[in-house]
Design a protein around this ligand. Sequence first.
Ligand code: NAD
Length: 287
Amino acid sequence: MAAAILDGKAMSEDLRSGIARRVEKLKEAGIRPGLAVILVGDDPASEIYVRNKGKGCEEVGILSETVRLPAETTQEALEKEIDRLNRDDRIHGILVQLPLPGHLDEEAALARILPEKDVDGFHMINAGRMMSGVKGVVACTPKGALHMIKTTGLDLSGKEAVVIGRSNIVGKPMAMLLLRENCTVTICHSRTKNLAEHTRRADILVAAVGKAGFVTPDMVKPGAIVIDVGINRVDGKVLGDVDFDGVKEVAGWITPVPGGVGKMTITMLLDNTVEAAERKRELAARG
Ligand code: NAD
């Protein structure tokens, strides 16, 4: 039997109406959540992401500001801009669109954002909080992917979860979130030997590799939840890391690309921005 589709578009619509209601509530208290996105240079893929983020903000009533800086921007100028947004009371979330041009220090730029405004969850403090199981900002893509996994209604405790990819923005935080759900987690990467032996054990398989069609049906356990994080542009088409047509005949659940995790990532960014505004309000109320 073909897998059930985990539809990121439908899930996002549902979640976004809840987020819009929270924005309304904040507005009644005189607060409009604000998100600032810094875009350095003119990478076409980044342009699309930034536009979609702006549209998402508009949809739920979040104030959105895009700061465009030229490709030759210096580290000092970039950090000055981050400092300005850190001080701006209208802005609750700051996101530096990655990748930055090669001459800029990504790590230093991310570290410059106030942790409470780091809605991407990439700041060391937030990454550390997640590692330690302390409440903090959770990175948008893994947060969205976990939401999708949970909609299956399966009890995740004790399940075998395999994450392919160990990046700081997807693979590692994804693995931590699954660990928090009491899964038995394996992280695979470019040096993993006999990859398929690992993936075939997975009740939950997350692919965050960056190679179109990398996960083939023979690598998947029948009935597994397969989450495709990959976004690969091939001949003008957007393809995932999973061979969707083949794998959907084996898996129990599968996310499509497009219309899967990517859509949820932006929704979680909106969620994190509203959460940041709610947290600020709570702190102010406590004095
Ligand atoms: P990355 O390049 O930082 O990491 C890729 C990982 O894949 C690495 O850890 C590497 O070890 C592993 N890998 C590479 N070749 C492998 C192989 N042959 N076998 C096993 N592992 C292998 O990429 P990333 O930033 O983690 O992104 C991964 C993919 O997810 C990309 O396609 C990216 O565009 C996409 N992405 C999507 C979203 C979204 O919103 N859906 C967000 C972020 C990234």
